[in-house]
Design a protein around this ligand. Structure first.
Ligand SMILES: [Zn+2]
Ligand SMILES: [Zn+2]
Ligand SMILES: [Zn+2]
Ligand SMILES: [Zn+2]
Ligand SMILES: [Zn+2]
Length: 341
């Protein structure tokens, strides 16, 4: 009985020890693990034994203005990124490449002035505003095309001459051409001879043709001759007038006391006064079987002017004194014309 007691006592003690070991130690493998955290694995609260790995932080990424923070533990993992501002342009302020937040104001356009062909244009971004100004063209003249007063652009074409495209029977120097006019005795009868520009010269002037500053004399030596029987019996009345290639008619005044007739030409858009003079006769008679008239016919024009037309017409078409009848009333394709250019 005593032995049983002993054993009983011994059993109680052993049970108590086992209970204590269970309660206070982990000798039976009965660890009590605390949950793992971001930085620590599961860990036994009694013995400190660990199991597994830390969870690691649950990283909520940083933004421009907020740091990276662990969603679980709140640990700050990195600093805010800060904005990455892209440069402003004409219409958009500085803008963060990441979050699109803006800073400041757009730069605004810097417009270069419009010109004739290009509208206002931003020197920074190339955007345009409005319309080009368009050329500011001068009027064309007979000698010069229209030109832009702003940029110098040259238009196409000069002012069309009045006689442009007209077929003219133009005389060449030293070449005889048929010339028909009225007879002297019977003015209703035509007489045919020849007209020739025997010589043509451009010069400052001489005793018969007084020089003038800025002008030059264009002088044709004209020879008109009649040799046929019709002229022999009837005589002939030679006649001439003037025209202008550009203006058409040549508006000559009556001759002044020096034998000069004034007439206007249009040069570079400006009316310029010119003068005409018929020189003294060199020949004006019958020579053997020929009735010849030779004289010098001159026009005093601005240097280089090339528009004066000396026109040999039928006397019957002359209305007034020679040289005054408008060219448009006598000029046709057969009328001999000499352009004094
Ligand atoms: Zn333990
Ligand atoms: Zn954490
Ligand atoms: Zn940003
Ligand atoms: Zn711009
Ligand atoms: Zn222009």
């Amino acid at each position: 009985m005593k032995r049983i007691l002993f054993w009983s006592c011994g059993g109680l003690a052993a049970a108590a020890i086992v209970a204590a070991l269970l309660l206070f130690t982990c000798v039976f493998g009965n660890h009590t693990y605390r949950a793992a955290t971001c930085t620590e694995p599961e860990i036994c609260t009694r013995c400190g034994k660990t199991r597994g790995e830390p969870l690691g932080h649950d990283d909520a990424a940083a933004t421009c203005e907020t740091p990276a923070v662990c969603r679980r533990c709140g640990a700050v993992l990195s600093e805010p990124l800060g904005h990455e501002f892209l440069p402003a342009d004409c219409v958009i302020p500085e803008t963060c490449a990441r979050c699109r937040i803006t800073r400041g104001e757009p730069l605004g356009h810097v417009f270069a002035p419009a010109d004739c062909t290009v509208p206002e244009i931003c020197t920074r971004c190339g955007i345009t505003r409005g319309e080009p100004l368009g050329h500011d063209m001068t009027a064309p003249t007979f000698q010069t095309p229209a030109v832009c007063t702003r940029c110098g652009f040259v238009g196409s074409g000069t002012l069309p001459p009045a006689l442009l495209g007209r077929t003219l029977n133009e005389l060449a120097v030293g070449v005889l051409a048929p010339y028909t006019t009225a007879g002297y005795e019977d003015r209703d009868v035509d007489v045919t001879g020849t007209v020739e520009i025997a010589d043509y010269t451009v010069m400052d002037g001489d005793a018969d043709f007084p020089p003038r500053e800025g002008y030059e004399w264009h002088i044709a030596t004209v020879r008109i001759a009649f040799e046929g029987d019709d002229a022999k019996s009837n005589g002939a009345l030679n006649a001439w007038t003037y025209g202008d290639y550009y203006l058409g008619d040549c508006a000559m005044t009556a001759a002044d006391e020096n034998g000069l007739r004034a007439f206007p030409v249009d040069r570079y858009g400006v009316r310029v006064t010119c003068w005409q003079k018929t020189g003294p006769a060199i020949e004006s008679d019958w020579y053997d079987r020929a009735l010849r008239f030779t004289w010098r016919e001159g026009v005093l024009v601005p240097k280089g002017y090339d528009g004066v037309l000396l026109i040999f017409c039928n006397y019957r078409l002359m209305k007034d004194a020679p040289g005054v009848t408008p060219a448009s009333e006598v000029l046709d394709e057969a009328t001999p014309v000499f352009r004094m250019k």
